[in-house]
Design a binder for this molecule. Structure first.
Ligand code: ADP
Ligand code: ADP
Ligand code: MG
Length: 450
């Protein structure tokens, strides 16, 4: 195992990784921006180094500064968390050149799967069904022709998009050309890469994703699925495992798992990764993308499998073989986990991000109640980064009990000083459609109608 690792991230995920390291006896090095001098990850790490100004490009995206700190501190591995440099193949390559282990798959694999258009081709070649659509679009005319072939509605997607950004829905053929030109310009500005492709808009559909873990010795396992259809603007708000829409559909489940494993094998995947699918109620599923990193919602999987994904990421990166076979990984009987993302935001309809200083904090507790965050009384929530303050995760024996437990935990949670969205989460947990277990990615659009 590594003696010392650097955590190239901030917020709850940096804290999550530091805690795993402490339990494993690994020393930790934090990096931070000038806006995060008092942040929890800085306080908890054994060493911490300021690497630049608040803007991400000056600090958490500054690969050179991060590698300089790794060299100076003697850290031999870098955990990138999610977001920032976690899916940056050039950074993973730079780590390799500097002799530092990047905790994640090889740069070649990140390239193949991180590019969403290339990933579609790889999935197809591995025999995994993909959403009907097309390859990269050269022009507005080409976009119009493809949309006519695919049939509206369609989504124009940026190859380099992520975090729900870089996706544009077009409902009428007549609007496709203009939408394409706009989408390309937006993608160029946001991701420095204007390349876009198109997919059929599949609805009603579920976002169901499968957790994969693969080691350097050829072991590839799946750790169940997560239902992530509660989304606003294509961003997840609440996740659960197992997926209620797959109740009684173990055949489909198994095919989704098998497809995920073959895709991971086909690209020589190493580490933790997620295969995202769209699933329709007639039993069809389509590959959407692969996230070649740890995911925000990984705790729901940890709660139903008893596998610590962060510790396994570190062990796999250090060359340890994963010891359990797929058969030994049967999910815990009678376990259901739910996660609610607690975001700093004002009440609707704009849900504007909120920032400020946390004045008072009460965190719910009890068995199988977990709050992953970087909050403490006095913590500053700066305006420069992701608006997620933390994640509340519960596990219970049944879905009904998990819902009640989450309600009770959300009601207890108190964050004074910044506005947060636990009331919205409570509304979701009271929604009849959500409670039925069969809800789709459009749930939030009619949350307040039923
Ligand atoms: P998950 O798939 O783990 O639920 P999200 O889609 O919520 O992840 O994204 C996790 C974090 O990574 C968010 O902070 C999001 O803003 C960020 N992120 C993901 N992809 C990109 C990208 N291509 N560009 C910028 N930020 C991204
Ligand atoms: P990101 O990289 O931003 O996570 P995804 O390709 O995973 O982008 O899409 C984000 C969300 O957008 C999905 O979870 C789903 O709700 C919706 N979505 C994406 N593609 C489609 C599609 N072809 N049809 C319907 N909804 C889609
Ligand atoms: Mg996605």
């Amino acid at each position: 195992m590594f003696k010392k690792i650097l955590i190239a991230n901030r917020g709850e995920i940096a804290v999550r990784v530091i805690r795993a390291c402490k339990e494993m006896g690994v020393q930790t090095v934090a990096v931070y921006s000038t806006a995060d001098a008092e942040a929890l990850h800085v306080k908890l790490a054994d060493e911490a180094y300021c690497i630049g100004g608040p803007r991400p490009q000056d600090s958490y995206l500054n690969g050179d500064a991060i590698l300089t700190v790794a060299a100076a501190s003697g850290a031999t591995a870098i955990h990138p968390g999610y977001g920032f440099l976690s899916e940056n193949a050039a950074f993973a390559r730079q780590c390799r050149e500097c002799g530092v282990v990047f905790v994640g798959p090889a740069p070649e694999v990140i390239e193949r799967m991180g590019d969403k258009d290339a990933a579609r081709r790889t999935a197809r070649a591995a025999g995994v069904p993909v959403v009907p659509g097309c390859d990269l679009l050269e022009s507005a005319e080409a976009a119009e022709a493809e949309a006519a072939r695919i049939g509206c509605s369609v989504l124009i997607k940026a190859r380099s998009g992520g975090g729900g950004r870089g996706i544009r829905k077009v409902e009428r053929l007549a609007d496709v050309g203009r939408a394409f030109t706009e989408a390309r310009a937006e993608a160029e500005a946001a991701f420095g890469d204007g390349a876009c492709y198109m997919e059929k808009f599949v609805a009603p559909a579920h976002h169901v994703e499968v957790q994969v873990l693969a080691d350097a010795h050829g072991n590839v396992v799946t750790l169940g699925e997560r239902e992530c259809s509660v989304q606003r603007r294509n961003q997840k708000l609440l996740e659960e495992s197992p997926a209620p829409c797959l109740d009684g559909r173990d055949d489909v489940r198994e095919r989704m798992y098998e497809a995920a494993r073959s895709l991971a094998r086909a690209v020589g995947y190493e580490g933790a990764g997620t295969i995202e699918y769209l699933y329709t109620d007639n039993g069809q599923f389509y590959f959407m993308e692969m996230n070649t990193r740890l995911q925000v919602e990984h705790p729901v999987t940890e709660f139903v499998t008893d596998i610590d994904l962060v510790k396994w990421q570190l062990r796999i990166a250090a060359g340890v073989a994963f010891p359990y076979t797929q058969d030994e990984l049967a999910p815990a009987k009678r376990a259901h986990a739910i996660e609610c993302r607690i975001n700093a935001e004002g009440p609707g309809p704009d849900y504007l991000p909120s920032c400020g200083t946390v004045e008072n904090l009460h965190v719910p507790g009890g068995p199988w109640v977990r709050f992953d965050s970087a909050l403490y009384p006095g913590a500053l929530v700066p305006p420069y980064y992701d608006s997620m303050l933390g994640k509340l995760i519960v596990r219970a024996g049944t879905r009904e009990e998990a819902v009640r437990k989450m309600r009770s935990a959300l009601t207890e949670l108190e964050v004074d000083g910044v506005q947060e969205n636990s009331d919205l989460q409570l509304d979701i947990l009271a929604n009849p459609e959500f409670l039925s277990g069969i809800y789709h990615t459009n749930l939030m659009e009619h949350l307040y109608e039923s």
